[in-house]
Design a protein around this ligand. Sequence first.
Ligand code: NAD
Length: 495
Amino acid sequence: MSSLPFIPSIVDGANLEETGRATFDAIDPATGLVTARAVEANGADIDHAVAAAKRAVAGSWGRSTATERVAMLRRIAAGIRARAAAFVAAEVLDTGKPVALASALDIPRGAANFDIYADLLAAEHEEVWRDERADGTRALHYSHRRPIGVVAVVCPWNLPFLLMTWKVAPALACGNAVIVKPSEETPRTAALLAEVMRDAGLPDGVYQVVQGFGPGSAGELLTSHPGVDAITFTGESRTGEAIMRAAASGLRPVSFELGGKNAAIIFADADLDAAIKGTARSVMLNSGQICLCTERILVQRSVYDRFVEGLAAEMRSWKAGDPHDPATQLGPLISAGHRDKVMGYAAAAIRDGGAALVGGGIPNLQAPWSGGFYMEPTLWTGLADDAACVREEVFGPVCAVTPFDSEEEAVARANASEYGLCAAIWTRDVGRAHRVAAAVDAGMVWINTWYLRDLRTPFGGTKRSGIGREGGRHSFDFYSEIKTIALRLDDTSSR
Ligand code: NAD
């Protein structure tokens, strides 16, 4: 046990010692083996982190110019790229996701988050209004962005580095200090990023990492700390409710990216091959553990059989196993507990009258992957819209497919969800594409594609899928306070 490496919490520029602190296991989901122990931050550590963050915002970092921060963000992006292999290895070990995915998506996108906010910050300009009144009053009104202060960044385990940097980059662009609480399942990449930050010359206290759990641990201690000025959170909708209660004390602003139960709508006039491949990817990428993954598929009746047959073949073809093998497409679920939850849904689907046309079980893999938390991609048919697997977010490589007859029916059923994160529409009719995209109640709609994201665009969900929009310049609205200054221009001496 003692030979296992420690993954630190990082407070005020120092790695916290494991002596005298609780530690918890980092488990490789691909094997089920303990690979390291993470050092949990306690209440005194959180107090220390908040005080250090406040000092950083009051000090040189809070007074830095936009030009200096642009240069800092670019150094951080370069630092991540220089250590890309280490970040990929850490992410694969924490999540079990295929190395091909971590190398193509998670890590480069994490670096890109810093570059895009460097670009946006460099292009940022202030709003100016010239005020000229009949009585001769002349004034200039201009707005000026200030940092909001200490930002708590509470992260999930599914895209740990990508989603964390997506918050940290704009928060730093605005001159804030961040305290990151990575998921207890995935402590590595946040700690590794602290090394990049140090090398880039970021002052102590600007980027800190507190490892631990949610309730009663670092997550709750951080979000309920009165010194935290704003909370940005990505995770489950129910956790969002708990964090919102904590944020109510002190009226701290929140930005939430929460769960989804995303629909794909396949019209009969779609390019069916593209729709099948695209939808299969949207079900299985990251083993279905992306908030944007499709779990409900509505298919126009005349192409239903062909679509389901094609989707089933595609889902059977994805290769599961060793995440370090570049050919592997499907990794494990994040934990034994999460797989139990998803398998519970698989049992419920059958109880509710559904059939598993594909999967539904645990794949037969060789050791050491047989110890991992793998699950077969699973396609259910025959489920009614009120079945748990059709209503609730499962967060695994699963989907429920049903036929529909009319466009109105498809839209109504897609919208009959308490979530509203995203949707995908597959059709060659451009009029219908725009009509349905406008009618679907979701923060994002993809037409003939899925997960095609431009980092400059707003991102977020409706209903239980989130509060607020981040992405592009929209993030600046959350991570800064705008002050308006009015300057009188006319000669007031004679009045
Ligand atoms: P989770 O809510 O269980 O945990 C997320 C983070 O919150 C973890 O760091 C956890 O320790 C912390 N936490 C838990 N309880 C807390 C509390 N009471 N106070 C403070 N912190 C607390 O979510 P998860 O299981 O890690 O992630 C999966 C969920 O995230 C899914 O629902 C998924 O849809 C959602 N998600 C949404 C988006 C989006 O952009 N909308 C993106 C990714 C994931």
